[in-house]
Design a protein around this ligand. Structure first.
Ligand code: MP5
Length: 197
């Protein structure tokens, strides 16, 4: 099925990943700074893990998917710079150890390295689509966190997610099991940030 049907078909799970209390609190400015900092440090680790997954996917992707994946990989490299700047501005140590949800998500990505290309593209699209919708729910964002909300709600990001959808659909993506696994990992990631306040 087209990947865009997956969040419709699994609306409750998708809502849990995209309407999380973490995001409401970022919108309202009531997020505990320690919870936000936990998220930031762990998300920087996640992005490094995602870059590894995406580079491997690029290496085995069909010709038509190469450009969107290569552009996305460069965006991840630049995002790692951005995380380093944001962490430095807040005095955060990005070398802090991975928490269990981050490790579990990294393990899922490693497993998806071994999945077929349609499944892996569906996973990548799900990763990005959940972030697009999740941060959109936090708009406009409390001033202290606005740069993060703007980062994942910029028009260019929506265009990237649409490009990934086209790439996944072109190879017959839309694997429901993979979608639900990624959505569960996203929920656990938000839960982790809030739980470690
Ligand atoms: C993304 C992210 C989006 N940064 N963190 C999690 C836990 N899920 C999805 O990926 P990107 O590449 O930062 O847009």
């Amino acid at each position: 099925m087209p990947v865009d049907e997956l969040p419709v078909r699994h609306a409750d799970a998708f809502a849990d990943a995209t309407r999380h209390p973490f995001l409401t609190a970022v919108r309202d400015g009531t997020i505990a700074p320690s919870a936000f900092h936990t998220w930031l440090v762990q998300d920087a680790r996640f992005v490094a893990d995602l870059l590894r997954f995406q580079a491997r996917l690029l290496a085995r992707a069909p010709r038509a998917a190469q450009e969107v994946l290569a552009r996305g990989a460069l965006a991840l490299v630049q995002e790692l710079d951005w995380f380093e700047e944001r962490a430095a501005a807040r005095g955060l140590d990005l070398s802090a150890p991975a928490l269990p949800a981050t490790t579990a998500y990294a393990n899922l990505l490693e497993r998806l390295d071994g999945a077929d290309v349609p499944a892996a593209l569906t996973a990548l699209w799900t990763i990005e689509r959940t972030y697009l919708d999740a941060w959109s729910a936090a708009l406009p964002g409390a001033p202290a966190y606005r740069e993060f909300v703007e980062h994942w709600t910029a028009p260019g990001f929506g265009g990237y997610v649409a490009g990934l959808a086209a790439a996944a659909d072109a190879v017959g993506g839309g694997d429901e099991r993979v979608f639900l696994e990624v959505v569960a990992a996203e929920i656990a990631f938000w839960d982790m940030a809030v739980a470690t306040r």
